[in-house]
Design a protein around this ligand. Sequence first.
Ligand code: ATP
Length: 243
Amino acid sequence: MKTLLDVSKVSFSYGSGPIVLFETDLVVGEGQIVGLVGPNGSGKSTLINLIFDNYQLKRGRIQLSGQDHQQLDAKKSAIYLPSEDFLPDFLTGREYYRAVEQMYGTPEVSADEVSAVFQALGMDGREEHLIEDYSHGMRKKVQFLAAFLLDRPLTVIDETFNGIDLDAQRYCARRLAEMRERGRAVLLCTHDFSILEELADDVVVMKKALILDRISIEELQEEGTTLKSWVDEMLFGSEHESV
Ligand SMILES: Nc1ncnc2c1ncn2[C@@H]1O[C@H](COP(=O)(O)OP(=O)(O)OP(=O)(O)O)[C@@H](O)[C@H]1O
């Protein structure tokens, strides 16, 4: 199995502030969907931003598809769906997709194919409307559309599932599972454990700058335990608190 994301011994702090990631290791291979969970402030978004070179890496190493994450080809091998939905308001949904397609230099997807995904996401006919007219959920759907059509080796999703309707969630889950079948990899950061139980192969749990453990969903099912119980146990021992 080829490694598509390799984070090794990454430590990070913002400026001279406290350490927010310590000696972090994370590997995601071809055909794997890996969940990333942890309480607010545990370091998940910082890790994702470092993977995409949005912050300068200070200690450790990050590779995408076998290349240093600062290389252009490495960056083009992955797409990031951030939790914020900042999109260019002055473009239509279709124009936005075309702009992203050009940035990645991927083969042009037909206009019908783009429209078909808008339709499947419950946005039939909205592709020619300006993004400024889109709702919060529609903006998230357009990010998913770009991920599905660009079909990069690695897709990283930071909380984007939150705020889209159930039909769209089911469609997105199906598309991500299909991508896995074709060897694509997904890192899925969410507080929604039901999505992870349905979709993920493995789940990694973080707390206070540390990756505590990683488990396969299959193993949890064999043990007859839920992801929530396992995560609670990791985070709080026998106390009954929630993430
Ligand atoms: N730009 C920043 N400057 C300084 N500290 C920051 C900055 N961004 C995040 N932090 C701090 O880094 C730590 C990790 O934050 P991070 O956003 O990575 O956590 P998270 O696990 O993604 O949380 P959440 O689930 O709330 O999104 C927190 O203590 C946070 O306050």
